[in-house]
Design a protein around this ligand. Structure first.
Ligand SMILES: *[C@@H]1O[C@H](CO)[C@@H](O)[C@H](O)[C@H]1NC(C)=O
Ligand SMILES: *[C@@H]1O[C@H](CO)[C@@H](O)[C@H](O)[C@H]1NC(C)=O
Length: 229
């Protein structure tokens, strides 16, 4: 969260979470830190949960599109959420629940495409750090009644869903953000963002990978219970 490199590292590690070694050291770390990293399908939704095990974190898949996450320790990086795999270019994504970060965190639609490989975010809310502060602003767009800054950055030789690659990150960051600290809900029409991105030369890939509503914490604490539909 503090830097784009840390976000990419975290998110790329999600993609690779299933490939993590599971020897006794790993298991011990996972137990100490809370819920071990995993990804897959739960109750009809795709989920992805990743932690670097530096903080204390509990991620729980609940019924349907609901998940809960609580983290503490002001240490390390973790991100999880539910959604779909593959994502689409037309889905209207609803989310509702509570989002209570204390420090550096964000709540975002998050996904990947291939052909070309692109990592993308639609950030609805965040804690103490605005993730757009480290990217190049390409424009603005109004979607679902709110303004968003459009940003892009290049990731060079960074982890991805296809291993270490050089690729683009696309961002829409809601401005002003939805207030964190309690109840939160919204709808994101991803086509609105994807079309706006295309209009400023930011073209997603033709093949969608996963598309989730993610909560991330970076050297912080907090909790979230989010229902995705
Ligand atoms: C066990 O896991 C640790 C932490 O990931 C790793 O550094 C170590 O190489 C692993 N050992 C074996 C034998 O796989
Ligand atoms: C999303 O929210 C809108 C507006 O409240 C509603 O009309 C729609 O049915 C919801 N979609 C899903 C899949 O829950």
């Amino acid at each position: 969260m503090v830097s784009f490199s840390s976000i990419a590292l975290a998110t790329a590690a999600i993609a690779g979470a299933v490939a993590l070694p599971t020897n006794s050291t790993e298991s011990l770390l996972a137990r100490r830190a809370g819920t071990p990293s995993s990804a897959g399908t739960h109750s009809g939704y795709y989920y992805s949960w990743w932690t670097d095990n530096a903080g204390q974190a509990t991620y729980t898949n609940l019924n349907g599109g609901q998940y809960s996450l609580s983290w503490s320790g002001n240490n390390g990086n973790l991100v999880g959420g539910k959604g779909w795999n593959p994502g689409t270019a037309s889905r209207n994504i609803n989310y509702s629940g509570t989002y209570q970060p204390n420090g550096n965190s964000y709540l975002a639609i998050y996904g990947w495409t291939r052909s070309p490989l692109i990592e993308y975010y639609v950030v609805e809310s965040y804690g103490s750090y605005n993730p757009s502060s480290a990217a190049q602003k390409k424009g603005t767009v109004n979607c679902n009644g709110a303004n968003y800054d459009i940003l892009q950055t290049t990731r060079v030789n960074q982890p991805s869903i296809d291993g270490t690659q050089t690729f683009q990150q696309f961002w829409s960051v809601r401005n002003p953000k939805k207030n964190p600290g309690g109840q939160i809900s919204g709808t994101v029409s991803v086509s609105c963002h994807f079309n706006a991105w295309r209009n400023v030369g930011m073209n997603l890939g033709s093949q969608h990978n996963y598309q989730i509503v993610a909560t991330e914490g970076y050297f912080s604490s907090g909790s979230a219970t989010i229902t995705v539909s």
